[in-house]
Write a protein that binds this ligand. Structure first.
Ligand code: GLP
Length: 245
């Protein structure tokens, strides 16, 4: 657990971790497989990665990304889609090859979704697994969109969003009734199989769930508690999010 006084320092640490993995892989002529997250929390990390690209020449040419989740149904061009989020906050500002970007598709027909999710899972395996997975945390204790009840063995799939999660997204969508009721998310197992996991939480709003996630019993009621079992997880917090630990 690392606690920072200021969120910028927390973001800089995480960006540096990701940059180091990218450079280490570059040095041995390999691709870095990076699992990315959305939400307000990782925005500072993406800002810093863009700065490292512009000011220090960090290249993303050898980077393959897999995003955790996407709303369902949603069009990629919708402002609230995670495709739009990732373009606006990172991909449009770096030299990543767009063929190397993977974000769950929110436009599929219901019948095609499970086969698509199995393929998403298989692609991660084919690339040799995630070198690092970045996570935020929802107030329900969700990671990705693995809401309370998600199993440790869960893989990429269609899920139903929790009421609190939809409430928290209502400002983005202009009302809770406009927030999709479902999403496609990597599973808890997909996440825990990453070689390194970083869970970030910033602000007082996350203090209560961070206390439960780190110090509570391991339970599917709070999927983030499953991370306690890993020895390759780092919790990067600001002092507000860590205030109840
Ligand atoms: C959404 C995302 C999660 C994210 C969570 C927290 O539900 N699917 O991956 O961790 O929001 O968002 P924020 O960082 O804005 O608090």
């Amino acid at each position: 657990v690392k606690v920072y006084e200021h969120k910028d320092a927390a973001s800089a640490y995480v960006a540096d971790r990701i940059a180091k993995i990218i450079k280490n892989k570059q040095n041995i002529g390999q691709r870095a497989i990076v699992g990315l997250a959305t939400g307000s929390t990782p925005k500072g990390v993406y800002k810093e990665l863009i700065r490292l690209h512009k000011d220090e020449g960090l290249s993303f040419k050898n980077v393959v990304t897999f995003n955790l989740d996407e709303y369902y149904p949603i069009l990629p061009v919708d402002d609230q889609s995670y495709v739009s989020f990732m373009k606006n906050n990172l991909f449009n500002h770096i030299d990543i090859d767009h063929q190397n970007v993977h974000i769950p598709d929110g436009t599929l027909s219901l019948e095609g979704i499970q086969a698509y999710c199995d393929l998403y899972e298989q692609k991660i395996v084919d690339f040799g697994g995630l070198d690092i997975q970045l996570l935020g945390i929802g107030r329900t204790g969700h990671i990705g969109f693995n809401e309370p009840g998600a199993m440790l063995e869960s893989k990429t799939r269609l899920v139903t969003l929790n009421d609190i999660t939809r409430e928290d997204a209502k400002d983005d969508f202009g009302g809770k009734d406009k927030v999709p009721t479902q999403a496609i998310t990597m599973g808890v197992q997909t996440i825990t199989q990453a070689k390194e996991v970083i869970l970030m939480a910033l602000s007082q709003r996350k203090a209560e769930i961070i206390q439960k996630a780190l110090q509570g019993d391991v339970t599917a009621d709070i999927p983030a508690t499953f991370l306690q079992r890993l020895n390759h997880v780092e919790y990067i917090l600001d002092s507000e999010a860590a205030s109840l630990l």
